[in-house]
Design a protein around this ligand. Structure first.
Ligand SMILES: C[S@@+](CC[C@H](N)C(=O)[O-])C[C@H]1O[C@@H](n2cnc3c(N)ncnc32)[C@H](O)[C@@H]1O
Length: 400
């Protein structure tokens, strides 16, 4: 390493230590993100490019090892042990080959998914405990089994389609990989296993950021001024209803106030949901059946579609809204103009290969909503996040 590289390392170390101290003092999400970023820059400076690149190239093997360990119940066994568990004991649970499990365990230890308490003896870590959660397993299974084959084929799709930005829900990386012509939603409706994985993935997506009702001023912006004889909140394309269930836990209310809409296959896939939440089988490309609600909420919906499709979806909503009363609430990423982070950039790739959708900057959100007669009242973004709620209203006609 050259002298100036060592001095750059010292400066990165000083910055990383300072930002970790700042995090310890402030204990905020923003300070944690800043510390992580500074530490990542330091780690990157220490890595030889060839090592870093090889690790990245081989990283799908990490996923494979974690998926196999999950299938073998390794994470459950690790979380249950009071001292340590050997690879032979881990293998015995599913009658697997001990040597295979030992090899898988080495990868897990290297990547923080198990701790090594002696040769061939293992214990849990925070990562391995998280791997026992139902929603985490659904997320991993959906990404590994249903998304990875598309990601693998996407460069080939781009070669064949002259590197056009994908936007057609019937002709994108998804259709190329699965050799199908329908949308990803049509495909899910015909593949119950994939639908279950995807819907569980959606439930899990909630955990990375607190429920919006915890940081959005629900009382002032929704409840104050809400009319008794109207629905309060329509969750449009709300999956299995986990967001509305979370809302009702925080703001208890009786029947007729909360409405969940999604495709028939998804509504029929609901196993448990509060009976006060009304379920409506609805296609977002048809007129909105619930008129004059206080708010129409979309989470991770606009990012599934290009601007032209979003306009059609939103026009069905604006036709149902009452000027001066109804609002649109969109929970999605708001991509920074510079230095976008890993979550929004990678989610942008995930929605691109799947729907194909797109994550938007403030500027793109403003242009999109203005084009359908909506005015953004505010971007509500919790400190330290690049995801938030965009609150919009119908543009006033300006008449007297
Ligand atoms: C990315 S998921 C988001 C689900 C939920 N809002 C959440 O954040 O967990 C997209 C949802 O859009 C629904 N969807 C797709 N096409 C639709 C359509 N034409 N009409 C209604 N819902 C649709 C899917 O079934 C799925 O539940």
């Amino acid at each position: 390493m050259a002298i100036q590289e060592f001095s750059s390392l010292s400066s990165l170390t000083t910055k990383a230590v300072a930002s970790i101290d700042a995090y310890k003092a402030a204990k905020t999400e923003k300070a944690r993100h800043d510390a992580l970023e500074a530490a990542t820059r330091l780690v990157r400076a220490l890595e030889e490019p060839s090592d870093a690149i090889y690790k990245l190239f081989a990283s799908p093997a990490v996923l494979m090892a974690i998926k196999t360990a999950s299938d073998l119940d390794v994470f459950t066994a690790l979380s249950q042990t009071t001292s340590s568990v050997t690879y032979k004991e881990l293998a015995a649970r599913k009658n697997a080959d001990g040597q295979l499990v030992e090899r898988i365990m080495r990868v897990l230890v290297c990547n923080g998914f198990a701790s090594e308490l002696g040769p061939g003896k293992y214990g849990p870590t925070d990562f391995s405990r998280q791997m026992t959660e139902r929603k985490t397993i659904g997320t991993m299974d959906s990404l590994f089994m249903d998304f990875l084959p598309i990601i693998n084929k996407t460069p080939e799709f781009f070669q064949k389609s002259d590197y056009k930005n994908p936007g057609d829900p019937n002709n994108g990386p998804f259709q190329h990989a699965y050799n199908t012509t329908g949308t990803c939603w049509d495909w899910l409706a015909k593949n119950p296993g994939a639908l279950d994985r995807f819907n569980t993935f959606m439930e899990g997506g909630r955990d990375e950021i607190a429920h919006w009702a915890d940081w959005f001023p629900v009382q002032e912006q929704l409840l104050d001024g809400a009319l008794d004889d109207r629905p309060l909140l329509v969750d449009v394309a709300g999956g299995r209803g986990h967001d509305l269930a979370g809302f009702k836990e925080r703001f208890p209310m009786g029947a007729g106030k909360l409405v969940l809409e999604d495709l028939p296959s998804v509504i029929e896939d609901i196993q448990t949901l509060d009976s006060d939440i009304q379920r409506v089988k609805h296609d977002i490309f048809t007129p909105q059946p619930v008129k004059g609600a206080r708010a129409y909420y979309f989470k991770h919906i606009m990012h599934d579609w290009d601007d032209n499709h979003c306009r059609v979806i939103l026009q069905h909503i604006t036709a149902a809204m009452e000027t001066g009363y109804s609002k649109v609430l969109i929970e999605d990423y708001i991509v920074p103009d510079q230095n976008a982070g890993p979550k929004e950039t990678l989610t942008d790739m995930i929605v691109m290969v799947w729907c194909p959708g797109i994550e938007r900057t403030r500027h793109r959100w403003t242009e999109l909503l203005q084009s359908v007669g909506l005015t953004i009242k505010k971007f509500w973004v919790p400190h330290g996040h690049n995801k938030g709620v965009i609150e919009a209203e119908l543009q006033s006609t300006g008449g007297i």
